[in-house]
Design a binder for this molecule. Structure first.
Ligand SMILES: [Zn+2]
Ligand SMILES: [Zn+2]
Ligand SMILES: [Zn+2]
Length: 121
């Protein structure tokens, strides 16, 4: 199932603001040093890893990004259109694709058209 843009937006919106400041602090401490696993922690959609803020908004003009209202740091966090898992740009297992600039899901999908990557040297 492929989600439309507005559905991405609504799903990130729903997560936003669901945690308390104290929970945000604990998650910040946990993932600040060990970033593996951020993508599979739903609450991390609401925590800024730069300033510890829990004021995270969808980024205007880019439905795949969230932005911290406090420090302005923007990061990728969206549902992979291929496998439905969450992709988070802060997670070391979701590195940036050198071809399209999108984040690569743990299933290997990014913003490149299918089979595009195999054609690269
Ligand atoms: Zn921040
Ligand atoms: Zn995927
Ligand atoms: Zn790509």
């Amino acid at each position: 199932m492929k989600l439309q843009g507005t559905q991405y937006w609504q799903s990130t919106r729903r997560v936003t603001g669901l945690i308390t400041r104290e929970e945000g602090k604990q998650l910040f401490r946990k993932y600040r040093s060990k970033r593996d696993g951020i993508r599979s922690c739903p609450e991390m959609a609401s925590v800024c890893l730069i300033c510890e803020s829990i004021l995270i908004d969808p980024k205007e003009g880019n439905e795949q990004m969230l932005v911290c209202r406090n420090c302005g740091f923007a990061f990728y966090r969206y549902v992979c259109p291929d496998c439905g898992k969450t992709v988070d740009g802060r997670d070391p297992l979701n590195p940036a694709c050198r071809i399209c600039g999108q984040r690569i899901c743990s299933c290997g999908a990014c913003g490149c058209p299918p089979n595009h990557k195999e054609k690269q040297p």
